[in-house]
Design a protein around this ligand. Structure first.
Ligand code: UDP
Length: 339
């Protein structure tokens, strides 16, 4: 059985990917420092998968501990999720982001080299495109100057991985450019667990629906879109998780050294449409108001996912309403009172 090291495996996308890896016969080894996640996630994962899951509380910047883990297990590949992801925070604390997101990737790659592990799937983001000229955006669109230190860490990380491929003929990587992951596992055992006030739209919607927040502010309704609000490609986190399994299958079958894939549904939804989907599945009228535009927001973006569909043999199954339904059930499971 292939052992896959999953850094950030207790996080939102990481935990759902661990489930899909197990469902497909891989053996995940989780490394997480719980800086933005909770050790209880491991318990819930074990309940969901009905088995124990190997996990380590460790920081990917810690070369010594990582080496010990690689020494203990015959690891055949890595998925690197562990990174900070708050755009606004990255603007006020850039060094924190550069040190953690880039530093940990470099440390991980050094250890992989030492132990002769040569495949890695990397969590990248559609943020690398900025506001694309053409929609849907495809993988060969221009990479625009990043809007934030967070976005820049994704661009630099992609470049570092490409440089490693050029330097080492054995080294191979898949860069998955995620669009907007939402939703939760239908079991409601795992889901998104933002600490404090959420930055992202869907947890803010569900927390407002649950009464944790008084009202949602829509950041601008004067954009050049059909209803004036921004458009994103919201993808169910399980569909996104499954793309990681497909990435390893692609690496096994293909000889290419680099695969770059957009992972989105191929459909754009506006903020208002997303709210409407929530209202439909929950039966709740959401309290919201229109506010100012948020600095740095891209007006509209959605994916061309043709490459992932054709080459990875992957497809998004869930609809926006499915994802909102699962996000809402997860929110209800968290309870009425904010922890
Ligand atoms: N958004 C909003 N109110 C919020 C949070 C987000 O109107 O409280 C909007 C935001 O302006 C963007 C969309 O929802 O148009 C998605 O934002 P999110 O932060 O979830 O994703 P990203 O902007 O990183 O794609």
């Amino acid at each position: 059985m292939h052992k896959i090291l999953v850094t950030g495996g207790a996080g939102y996308i990481g935990s759902h990917t661990v489930v899909e890896l197990i469902n497909s016969g891989f053996e995940p080894i989780i490394v997480d420092n719980y800086s933005n996640s909770n050790p209880l996630v491991i318990q819930n994962l074990e309940k969901l998968c009905n088995r124990s899951i190997t996990h380590y509380e460790a920081d990917c910047n810690d070369e010594k501990v990582l080496s010990e883990i690689f020494n203990e297990h015959n690891i055949s590949g890595v998925i690197h999720f562990a990174a900070y992801k708050a755009v606004g925070e990255s603007v006020s604390e850039p060094l924190k982001y550069y040190e953690n997101n880039i530093g940990s990737l470099i440390t991980l790659l050094k250890v992989m080299n030492r132990f002769d592990v040569s495949t890695i799937v990397f969590s990248s983001s559609c943020t690398v495109y900025g506001q694309p000229d053409q929609l849907p955006v495809s993988e060969n669109a221009v990479i625009r100057p990043a809007n934030s230190p967070y976005g820049y860490t994704k661009q630099v990380s992609e470049t570092i991985l490409q440089d490693c491929v050029h330097a080492n003929p054995k080294f191979r990587t898949v860069l998955l450019r995620y669009f907007n992951p939402i939703g939760a596992h239908p079991s409601s055992l795992i889901g998104e667990l933002p600490i404090g006030i959420p930055n992202n739209l869907v947890p803010f919607i569900t927390q407002t629906g649950a009464g944790w927040r008084n009202e949602l502010t829509i950041f601008g309704d004067d954009y050049n879109t059909s209803d004036g609000t921004c458009i994103r490609d919201y993808i169910h986190v399980i569909d996104l998780a499954k793309a990681h399994v497909k990435a390893f299958e692609w690496l096994e079958k293909n000889t290419d050294s680099i695969g770059v894939f957009n992972i989105g549904t191929g459909n754009g939804s506006s903020v208002l449409q997303t709210i409407q989907a929530f209202e439909k599945v929950s039966g709740i009228k959401l309290a919201y108001k229109i506010g100012n535009r948020r600095e740095g927001d891209v007006e509209q973006i959605w994916a061309s996912n043709d490459k992932a569909v054709n080459e990875l043999n992957w497809k998004a199954i869930y609809s926006l309403e499915d994802a909102m339904d699962h996000a809402w059930k997860w929110q209800l499971k968290l309870g009425e009172k904010q922890p």
